[in-house]
Design a protein around this ligand. Sequence first.
Ligand code: GTP
Ligand code: MG
Length: 151
Amino acid sequence: MERTFIAIKPDGVQRGLISEIVSRFERKGFKLVAIKIVVPSKGFAEKHYHDLKERPFFNGLCDFLSSGPVIAMVWEGEGVIKYGRKLIGATDPQKSEPGTIRGDLAVVVGRNIIHGSDGPETAKDEINLWFKPDELVSYTSNSEKWLYGDN
Ligand code: GTP
Ligand code: MG
């Protein structure tokens, strides 16, 4: 089953939004298979955002991601990579639709509270960067037969 990497950034943690964000993924029907709280180093943040290293905001972004606790998670479910991004909303909260996490809970692009992998390759790379294989838990949730039916 498909998996994606989701992180609640230091602003989301400091603002007390962990349970709000987790519950949106949970209620949708996605399954949490890994979670931890961690303060990433600046070097680790630079690895995570390596694709953006030429952008003018790269240094500030990496300073920010490494400024406090982050909740790192792996969520599993059919279509979770793409639909996770829908739950999150557009990068700039000024452009995110109401009903999305950033649309409802954030105001500016530099403090948009959550990260989600943007495709299958980045999901794999980010899961491997943030988690060791034995930190991921495979299990059957009781809801699965109700979420997915028999086929
Ligand atoms: P992530 O899920 O965090 O990767 O966001 P995204 O995929 O929606 O956007 P992208 O990967 O392009 O940018 C990564 C992060 O950089 C964003 O979440 C923002 O926090 C930050 N960012 C992107 N564009 C800007 C910008 O124009 N200015 C500033 N200050 N930050 C930006
Ligand atoms: Mg991104």
